[in-house]
Design a protein around this ligand. Structure first.
Ligand SMILES: CC(C)(COP(=O)(O)OP(=O)(O)OC[C@H]1O[C@@H](n2cnc3c(N)ncnc32)[C@H](O)[C@@H]1OP(=O)(O)O)[C@@H](O)C(=O)NCCC(=O)NCCS
Length: 168
């Protein structure tokens, strides 16, 4: 399936939030908000979490006057918003980027992550990255399989599954 990565402007942001609320869990789509621990399972949507989702994507907009450490895009397939991808600085390494991705439940299992990886690798290369990192929980078989298929080398440290890939 052909996919596009589009900027998360205010209109796209509302579509993305609607998808996230209907077809994903907060823990899958955004970092913990202040006061939440990274290990806490975040399974339900609340007003503050919806607000934090909006603020997170607004913070991650490309900004020509101030560099941002993390950028997000919405993923579009067949004319619809189906999920989001992100690239972030990682490990204090200017040549490293962490990549993240989530899809609405009805869009999983159709190979979209492989298409998005192609875009994410190209975007990371234009930023001068030489290394991509992806992190997930070891108990996430779909993410593990998808990272393997994309070509990440995986290391399972018990709490976290870390994938790395060298970029040409
Ligand atoms: C992880 C994720 C991004 C993978 O994207 P995807 O486009 O669905 O990936 P694929 O279509 O390549 O599927 C990956 C594997 O999961 C399996 N799978 C996907 N959806 C499934 C489902 N609903 N039920 C059972 N298996 C499923 C696929 O069969 C495939 O395995 P295979 O290669 O052995 O056939 C997506 O499942 C997702 O958004 N999950 C929630 C967020 C998340 O965990 N993100 C972490 C990313 S590091």
């Amino acid at each position: 399936m052909m996919v596009d990565l589009v900027p998360v402007d205010e209109e796209v942001l509302e579509d993305l939030l609607a998808l996230a609320v209907a077809e994903a869990q907060p823990g899958e789509v955004m970092p913990p908000t202040s006061g939440e621990s990274a290990t806490e399972p975040r399974t339900t949507w609340t007003g503050p979490r919806k607000g934090a989702f909006r603020e997170y994507h607004r913070r991650c907009r490309v900004n020509l006057s101030t560099p941002v450490p993390e950028v997000t895009w919405a993923i579009k397939a067949r004319g619809r918003i189906v999920g989001a991808a992100r690239l972030a600085l990682v490990d204090g390494d200017p040549e490293g980027r962490e990549v993240g991705l989530w899809l609405g439940e009805s869009y999983r299992g159709q190979g979209i992550s492989g298409e998005v990886a192609y875009w994410a690798i190209a975007a990371a290369q234009t930023m001068g990255a030489r290394r991509l990192v992806a992190r997930t929980t070891p108990s996430n078989p779909m993410a593990r399989r998808s990272l393997e298929r994309i070509g990440f080398e995986l290391v399972d440290s018990g709490d976290v599954l870390v994938g790395t890939m060298s970029l040409p």
